[in-house]
Design a binder for this molecule. Structure first.
Ligand SMILES: C[S@@+](CC[C@H](N)C(=O)[O-])C[C@H]1O[C@@H](n2cnc3c(N)ncnc32)[C@H](O)[C@@H]1O
Length: 233
């Protein structure tokens, strides 16, 4: 007897931004795994909470808060073994991932450990990129625009070079790098048209002019910039 694993994108925050497929798999799942804080809080679980039928076994994956950009590998090794044990028992397992699993998703760490060892399928989710553009009423790209998605964690020189080369830019992982991002955009004359948003589609969503954005910004924040000001121009 062998179960299966689905990595499901749960969208950017609004529980209604879950796909019908993700919803069905969630309701059929015997086991639900998700990234959590060491205190057990989980944004991904919070997003799907209104849809959980109850009775599912849960595997929180406690991601330690630490300085480095990548999580402790051992956490994912242990979580992968728990998921594989459930699969060996024949369970249908879903692993929740905020946004889309294959777009900078936390699911990738588990995927790397499971893909060669059991059946794993991915259900795409509404990514924060699409959600932020929709909330801001700011189309990301049109015609021959080259859109760059840039982690704000990049070195300032690299960031500047990449922004200069793009028509449209989405800066993710802004957090404690907000001041650096603002500085580069000001130098390039792009700050005025830049749009800042935090926690898009969550109940705590906030949109601010870039010069009023908090530094550091919350982890779930993004800056969108278009060289022409707006993609339809
Ligand atoms: C590790 S990436 C995960 C992206 C996610 N898998 C997705 O598809 O949107 C985390 C970054 O995505 C962005 N992000 C995710 N959700 C967001 C939201 N609801 N509002 C604004 N930015 C968000 C932030 O820039 C955050 O630092």
């Amino acid at each position: 007897m062998s179960g299966r694993v689905h990595g499901i994108g749960v969208g950017p925050g609004d529980p209604e931004l879950l796909t019908l497929k993700a919803l069905r798999l969630l309701r059929e799942a015997a086991v639900v795994a998700y990234p959590a804080t060491e205190d057990g809080e989980s944004l991904a679980r919070e997003i799907v909470a209104p849809h959980l039928p109850g009775g599912q076994r849960e595997i929180p994956i406690p991601i330690p808060i630490q300085g480095g950009p990548f999580p402790d590998e051992g956490v994912y090794d242990r979580a992968a073994e728990q998921v594989l044990a459930a699969v060996a028992e024949g369970a249908a397992v879903v692993v929740l991932c905020e946004g889309d699993p294959f777009f900078y998703g936390s699911f990738l760490y588990l995927y790397a450990r499971l893909a060669d060892r059991c059946e794993v399928a991915v259900v795409p989710g509404v990514s924060s990129l699409m959600a932020c553009a929709a909330v801001l009423g700011a189309p990301l790209a049109a015609r021959n625009d080259a859109l760059s998605v840039l982690p704000a964690t990049l070195d300032e020189t690299v960031l500047r070079r990449r922004i200069e080369a793009a028509d449209a830019v989405a800066l993710i992982k802004v957090g404690r790098h907000l001041a650096k991002v603002r500085g580069v955009l000001e130098d390039l004359g792009l700050a005025e048209g830049a749009l800042y948003i935090e926690r898009a589609t969550m109940t705590t969503e906030r949109v601010l002019p870039l010069d009023q954005a908090p530094a550091p910004a919350p982890y779930f924040s993004m800056v969108l910039v278009h060289r022409r000001g707006e993609a339809w121009r």
